[in-house]
Design a protein around this ligand. Structure first.
Ligand SMILES: [Zn+2]
Length: 83
């Protein structure tokens, strides 16, 4: 399903990485919150990160989004590191 594109290309690029990794991105457009991204773990222990529509620094926000992805321990089994 198509999702809304984020106006900041750095953030949009990070969001694409999230969805490629199985995260879902839901746009809420309330206030300055553009939406929320959730990892593949649907329970309350799953990760989520707020996406801002006008982050002070799009580059830093994109980094924060990627960090959430890196720190997620709920990857699908085929992506899980066994180390
Ligand atoms: Zn997670």
């Amino acid at each position: 399903m198509a999702r809304a594109r984020h106006a900041k290309k750095e953030v949009e690029s990070a969001l694409t990485e999230l969805t490629d990794a199985g995260w879902s991105v839901e746009t809420t457009k309330s206030g300055h919150r553009w939406g929320v991204a959730r990892c593949s773990e649907a329970s309350r222990s799953g990760c989520q990160i707020s996406i801002w529509s006008t982050p002070r620094s799009p580059g830093n926000h994109a980094k924060a989004i990627r960090r959430a992805l890196d720190q997620c321990a709920h990857d699908q089994p085929e992506n899980e590191e066994q180390a």
